[in-house]
Design a protein around this ligand. Structure first.
Ligand code: ANZ
Ligand code: ZN
Length: 864
């Protein structure tokens, strides 16, 4: 009987005792660094969805080890953050106590699954010895001018009572608790991640082993737009025109208010449409700057107050009715047409993108078109659609296409329709006839300045909560903001009596007088500590480095270890392929991190490269996302739906190996799929079959000579060796498992299995079902761990099926003989015959009437 419980427990203990997973820096051995996104240890523990990624990396790590690589496969805890703090609030326990308890439970669960982590490298982001280096990196950023204090309105979650970064907001809601996010002015620390926007964007091209959709999500998140800033003079304004431009040519500026003395500045990606700009629109947030000049200010203010609480999403929804208000008493001058045009305020313009002001071109922009229709504003067509645009959109003749283009153009001309594409300029004076693409840079320079904008915002880095890394800054009246000296790091999180956020924008740390009051490291005068803490993303932005050198109290990571594991040119190669760039060889985790953690980590890494801590520009050579495991009801597993499936019970009932095989077999790795307990039972049966093989068909090492290899088994075995290896490398675990199942079926049909063949099967099985593989290996093959053996060698000669000579006749006469594999199917044989050069020549274009096949021997083609 296959008793998984005793087998699994036994080997888990043995492997721990043997330090099987402990990794050192062995010179001369090729390294391989396989990394999971480390979990947040929540109170409910792991559900069956979490291990899918962990099992996959474990399969890869074990496979690489069997291949002879020095594999680093560590695990740790991303343990700061709101849930632990909320739990602490509700249950009156210190977040550290709750976190420590959860970690013990997580670790127990991971070990039950037989995951081979090197626990001697375990890290925990809340450990002062760890966050010392998070604080250190922050201070380096501060010293380099990458950190600034801001009072701008930011995203504020009224439930979590803290400011949030853009990345923490999803569809206008707090990513943690789902509450609608408000805008609130707040003193905060901000990191200039936008300084790295261009590198974050361009270096994506250095990552051929990342999935394209993930890279595309990053590109969109960074959101580079090339366009122009154009100044519109305000008339009836009392102030003088300031002719000196304040923006450097081609410079990249952060979003800024588009109102200056006597001007409104707009950001546009379509300077080629400037002759069609018939009004301006400002974001409601900018209006107060024009208060003295607006005749109907109280009216306008009412509108502004009404839209204040709308989310960005509501404001920019294309399907929603556009609202706005004209600003009376002032006008703007279109610098191209010199015409006076009205100025509006409307909520579809956002304050924090571009300049917060736009020139509206109803003929060529959908939103402007809708707005103009509603407020009866003029439209002026300045782009003539090219014929090609119409021609390719249907299957009309060129004449028809020309007519359609004219009709379209007519409707745009009359203001009945909008045309958003490129084309040829008209109604644009000396620019007439130019192509949009040619006109854009010319007109940008003529009427304004070239400008690049990014959707990426600077990283709001302070949280008004307790359970995070204290920001190591000191406020001194005399010296300003001074960083905590390096030799005083870590700046430890002090004990507090109440974790409650004050809700006033101050962290609970503000109440601890003897912690807050300190002396200035520069002048020794009285000073106060910063009381905000860092966001949860801080500690996870660089943790993969620390695993390489987890106990170093002198440096974040030593040069040697960095070179060894993350590879500058001196590092041992991770694969046969030569690389100039290093990094973690394989990183696996949820796709929900594509634009958060993965952007922050790439940024942090680039910064550490700039200060010489790491030697290459990207942290992760290869990244694969893991698909969700849904509950049996096809919904996301959640406490809310009560559909969470805990792996523990299945490990008891079916075994860790069965669970591992099932999760790898259930479907393509990147796709979401629902849990199905029957599938788990299927995986279990597969393992039982192998166990049975070892009992019934298996010779022991002693009577080895008696059984010779069965040719069919041998052939399939070698095909499977090739397939399983290739499939693991390309993360096609489901097809790897299915190949193993086919092999096991074949072996079950055989009279007996040679010990050599069986041992190879065990090696192929070992990454997936390590406990059973080790048990049977040590019982049947040798007393040394299966994980110290080499991966089976694929022999192409062995993988070749036996060949037969297929006779091909036409009307019964021999015309060709073809070599084919013994198990060729009827359809394949016929197709092969028809493809033969000799046969096509003999057939001479004649259609066969009938084809007769005699299995394994001949094909007879009958023609008239
Ligand atoms: C005139 C124009 C004419 C525009 C036209 C488009 C088409 P992306 O590509 O996303 O960068 N815009 C600029 N700032 C805005 C803001 N704060 N809120 C809402 N919309 C804003 O979009 C750039 C375009 O979005 C800009 O180009 C501007 O409209 C609008 F035929 O200017 B455009
Ligand atoms: Zn001072």
């Amino acid at each position: 009987m296959y008793n998984h419980r005793s087998i699994e427990q036994k080997w888990q203990e043995e492997w721990q005792k043997d330090d099987l997973y402990k990794t050192g820096e062995t010179a001369g051995q090729n390294k391989y660094y396989v990394l999971d996104m480390f979990p947040y240890p929540s109170g409910v523990g792991l559900h069956v969805g979490h291990p899918r990624g962990y099992i996959a990396t474990d399969v890869l790590a074990r496979y690489k080890r069997l291949q002879g690589f020095n594999v680093l496969h560590p695990m740790g805890w991303d343990a700061f953050g709101l849930p632990a703090e909320n739990y602490a609030l509700a249950n009156k326990v210190h977040p550290k106590m709750a976190t420590d308890k959860n970690i013990i439970n997580y670790k127990r669960q991971l070990n039950l699954l037989g995951l081979g982590y090197d626990w001697s490298r375990e890290i925990n982001t809340t450990d002062p010895d760890y966050y010392k280096w998070t604080q250190w990196a922050f201070i380096k950023m501060f010293e380099r001018g990458l950190v600034y204090e801001s009072h701008e309105p930011i995203n504020w979650c009224p439930t979590c009572l803290t400011g949030l970064a853009n990345e923490d907001v999803e569809d206008g809601r707090c990513e943690r608790c789902g509450t609608l996010v408000e805008k609130r002015p707040l003193r905060q620390w901000v990191i200039k991640i936008t300084d790295y926007a261009e590198r974050l964007l361009n270096d994506l091209d250095k990552l051929p082993d990342w999935e394209e959709p993930i890279k595309e999500m990053q590109r969109n998140w960074i959101g580079k737009s090339e366009g122009a800033i154009i100044k519109f003079q305000i008339t009836n304004s009392k102030s003088q025109i300031n002719s000196k431009s304040q923006i450097a040519k081609n410079s990249v500026i952060p979003a800024k208010a588009g109102i200056q003395e006597g001007f409104i500045e707009v950001f546009t990606t379509r300077p080629d449409t400037i002759f069609g700009a018939t009004y301006l629109v400002l974001a409601p947030e900018l209006i107060s700057n024009l208060k003295s000049q607006i005749a109907n200010y109280s009216d306008v203010e009412k509108y502004v107050n009404k839209v204040k609480n709308k989310t960005d999403l509501e404001r920019t929804d294309l399907n929603k009715d556009k609202t706005g208000k004209e600003l009376k008493g002032i006008k703007a001058i279109n610098p191209a047409t010199k015409e006076e045009i009205p100025i509006f305020v409307a909520d579809y313009i956002l304050p924090n993108y571009g300049t917060g002001a736009i020139m509206a071109v109803p003929a060529h922009d959908e939103r402007d078109f809708e707005f103009a229709k509603k407020y009866s504003l003029p439209s002026r067509c300045v782009i003539n659609p090219p014929i090609a645009m119409v021609a390719v959109s249907g299957d009309n003749s060129l004449d028809e296409a020309e007519q359609l283009t004219k009709d379209r153009y007519d409707r745009v001309l009359k203001g009945q329709e909008v045309y958003e594409g490129d084309g040829f300029l008209i109604n644009s004076e000396k620019f007439d006839g130019l192509k949009s693409t040619e006109a854009r840079p010319k007109m940008a320079v003529k009427f304004g300045e070239l400008m690049t904008q990014y959707k990426l915002k600077d990283w709001v880095f302070s949280r008004q909560r307790y359970w995070g890394e204290p920001i190591p800054l000191i406020h001194c009246d005399k010296c300003g903001v001074v960083p905590v000296p390096e030799n005083e790091l870590p700046l430890k999180l002090p004990e507090v009596e109440h974790y409650e956020p004050s809700g006033t924008g101050e962290s609970p740390l503000a109440n601890i007088k003897d912690w807050v009051n300190t002396t200035c490291p520069k002048c020794g005068g009285v000073a106060k500590r910063e009381t905000n803490t860092m966001p949860q993303w801080a500690g996870s932005s660089w943790y993969y480095l620390r695993y390489c050198d987890p106990h170093n109290d002198k440096e974040l990571i030593s040069k040697d270890k960095e070179r060894y594991w993350l590879g500058g040119p001196l590092a041992p190669r991770s694969s046969a392929r030569q690389r100039s760039e290093g990094g973690v060889d394989f990183y696996v985790g949820g796709a929900e991190h594509a634009t958060r953690h993965l952007i922050y980590a790439r940024f942090w890494h680039k910064f550490l490269q700039d200060i010489g801590v790491v030697s290459n520009s990207e942290p992760f050579i290869k990244y694969r996302h893991v698909g969700l495991i849904l509950a049996e009801d096809n919904r996301k597993m959640s406490k809310r739906w009560g559909n969470v499936i805990n792996p523990d019970e299945f490990i008891i009932s079916h075994g860790a190996d069965a669970l591992r095989v099932y999760e790898m077999f259930m479907g393509p790795f990147g796709e979401a799929i629902a849990w199905n307990t029957n599938g788990l039972s299927g995986a279990r049966k597969f393992l039982e079959k192998i166990y049975k093989l070892s009992r019934n068909k298996q010779q022991t090492a002693n009577n080895k000579q008696q059984i010779t290899s069965n040719k069919e088994v041998k052939t399939l075995l070698h095909k499977t060796i090739k397939k399983v290896g290739e499939d693991i490398e390309s993360f096609k675990f489901n097809t790897a498992v299915s190949a193993l199942m086919i092999l096991v079926n074949k072996m079950s049909e055989a009279e007996a299995i040679a010990v050599d063949d069986f041992s190879q099967l065990l090696l192929l099985l070992a990454p997936f079902a390590p406990h059973l593989a080790e048990e049977l290996w040590q019982e049947k093959v040798s007393g040394e761990s299966i994980f110290k053996q080499p991966w089976p060698k694929f022999d192409p000669k062995e993988a070749k099926d036996e060949v037969i000579n297929l006779v091909v006749q036409i009307n019964g006469k021999l015309r060709d003989t073809i070599e084919a594999s013994a198990d060729i199917s009827e359809a394949e044989a016929k197709a092969l015959a028809l493809k033969s050069e000799k046969i096509t020549k003999w057939l001479d274009g004649k259609k066969p009437e009938k084809i007769i096949y005699v299995k394994g021997r001949l094909v007879n083609i009958v023609v008239k």
